[in-house]
Write a protein that binds this ligand. Structure first.
Ligand SMILES: Nc1nc2c(ncn2[C@@H]2O[C@H](COP(=O)(O)OP(=O)(O)OP(=O)(O)O)[C@@H](O)[C@H]2O)c(=O)[nH]1
Ligand SMILES: [Zn+2]
Length: 333
């Protein structure tokens, strides 16, 4: 039986000193006084962090030498030591990066296997797509979905410009994947969108012109100011940043990704994607080695078809999954 260490008395403790045992004092965690924070922006070797206990206080920090080149991105949970007053011209030190709960990753392009994490720990990804002007690009949405399913984020479709076109066709296209969707327009507030975002950490992606800035400005008062301040650290105001976290008045964060217009997915394997679909994951173990799970003609012996044959999943759902698998290797962005 598992026993709580706090209830052990001394007679329970078996001390076995011997080779390799070290004095207890050496095991004390370094920086026991470090404070917890979330990275809200990154700029040229400096990280802007919001303290958990006082999120209004933004502390600029450097990466402690002992972390080497450990990547630290927006959304990372970190431990800070040193001057955490947040006063201008002070610098704290990041001494630890906590394990990530999710990663929004992308490859620069499909032929470049170098992958980078754009946002850490986002609970959901709001895929912002306009219903018209510009028209929706399902290729982009599919690739965002792949990034979600393989990175541990919950996808949410945010369909903007509902005053210009109906969402029905697009909603039908994604119905078999059970992706939640919210439909918005700039002349109306969306209580449902606020509800979806409340208290959560949400990353936002979208192509130029889809109305993402309009949306962010409505959700976050002074968003422009906050983004401007962040991108103004040590360089011109107009330099684009990869990602920036903005606090929602009702609690939670939106992480805007102005620099993310495409998703290279070279780092994603077919098995990784299928693993995110419990109905199909088990069957995939019966597939031939290196099965791409696309079905005939590419993968004629793919076992995912058996799941449909046995009635455990609809063929429409498998088709949708296969469309995502195919989008992995496409070049559409
Ligand atoms: N008709 C209509 N137009 C909208 C809506 N939302 C935004 N727009 C317009 O669409 C254009 C683009 O909106 P932005 O918010 O700048 O789009 P963005 O996605 O941030 O684009 P970038 O700034 O290029 O990244 C602007 O002219 C907006 O006024 C909407 O719901 N309906
Ligand atoms: Zn297969």
């Amino acid at each position: 039986m598992h026993r709580d260490w706090r209830t052990l008395d001394e007679s329970d403790v078996r001390v076995r000193p011997g080779k390799g045992s070290r004095p207890r004092s050496k095991r004390r965690p370094a920086h026991a006084d470090a404070v917890s924070a979330m990275v809200v922006a990154v700029d040229r070797g400096r990280w802007r962090c919001a303290l958990d206990d006082d999120p209004e206080r933004i502390v600029t920090a450097m990466r402690a030498r002992e972390l080497g080149r450990t990547p630290i991105v927006v959304g990372d949970r970190v431990k800070l030591v040193g001057d955490v007053s947040g006063t201008p011209d002070t610098l704290a030190r990041i001494v630890r990066v906590l394990e990530r709960e999710s990663v929004l990753r992308r490859t620069a392009d499909d032929t470049d296997p170098y992958e980078r994490v754009v946002v850490a720990n986002a609970e959901q990804l709001l895929i912002v797509t306009s219903l018209a002007d510009p028209p929706p690009r399902t290729g982009f949405i599919d690739r965002c979905l792949v990034a979600c399913y393989t990175g541990g984020l919950d996808p949410v479709l945010c369909l903007t410009k509902a005053d210009l076109a109906s969402p029905d066709e697009l909603l039908a296209y994604y119905a078999d994947l059970d992706v939640p969707a919210v439909v918005t327009r700039y002349d109306e507030d969306s209580p449902r969108l606020r509800e979806i975002l409340r208290g959560r950490v949400s990353a936002l992606v979208g192509h130029s012109g889809v109305g993402k800035s309009t949306l962010v400005n409505r959700l976050v008062p002074d968003a422009d100011l906050a983004t401007g301040e962040v991108s103004a650290i040590g360089k011109g105001r107009h330099t684009s940043v990869a990602a920036v976290a903005l606090p929602l008045p009702e609690g939670g964060w939106v992480i805007d990704t102005p620099g993310v217009r495409s998703f290279g997915l070279a780092h994603v394997t077919p098995d990784e994607l299928v693993a995110a679909f419990p109905q199909f994951a088990e069957a995939a173990e019966e597939c031939p080695p290196n099965c791409g799970h696309l079905g005939a003609p590419e993968d004629p012996d793919c076992a995912l078809d058996d799941v449909v044959a046995s009635g455990e999943a609809s063929s429409a759902r498998l088709e949708s999954l296969r469309r995502l698998l195919a989008s992995r290797t496409g070049t559409e962005v």
